[in-house]
Unconditional design. Sequence first.
Length: 202
Amino acid sequence: MTKPVIVTITGKIIDYINPSIDQICIEDIAYNLSFINRWCGGTIVRYSVAEHSINCAKMSLAYDSKNKEQALYALLHDAAETYTSDIPRPFHRAVPDFKRYEKRLMDLIRHKFKLDEKHFDKVVEIDNKMLTNEAEQILSSSMKESLSSLGFDFDNKFDKFIIKPFKDGFEAMKQFSNLYFVLTGERVDLEKLASYNREYNG
């Protein structure tokens, strides 16, 4: 296979050059983000992109409990990582072309799920603060020391917010899907996703 495409767990084909909105689905997002670890996997506990997204959405609701649109934006703000994995921010800056392809995917996701750009700045604020809570609570002392030497701001965080990782990716997927339902009234097909796991014969 030489084309720049990937195939998702639900069988969707994502073309990185010309992605189609018809190939974007919430089941792939819920599944993949639940099994992709934050911080390139360099956390002291298992902690997925889905868990980060859930926490961001919950903090959005803490700011404004009635603003489900903003909370949904927060829940899906990293949804492009379904198709790119969790690429660190410094890599984004080092390889501008990557950002262009990621933006193409995120534009389709915003359109698919009707995410309003007016929420962008607030979600970025929430995302940045949650990043700091993660750095403080789920990174090794060696990582924190190195981040400090690079000028990382450990003060830009949510006070008294405790990160509580789920037991595994399936629990993260369930919680992500439940919150998606609360915010949209639409259900993620968890039974379909569970059926894929039952195909494993090991």
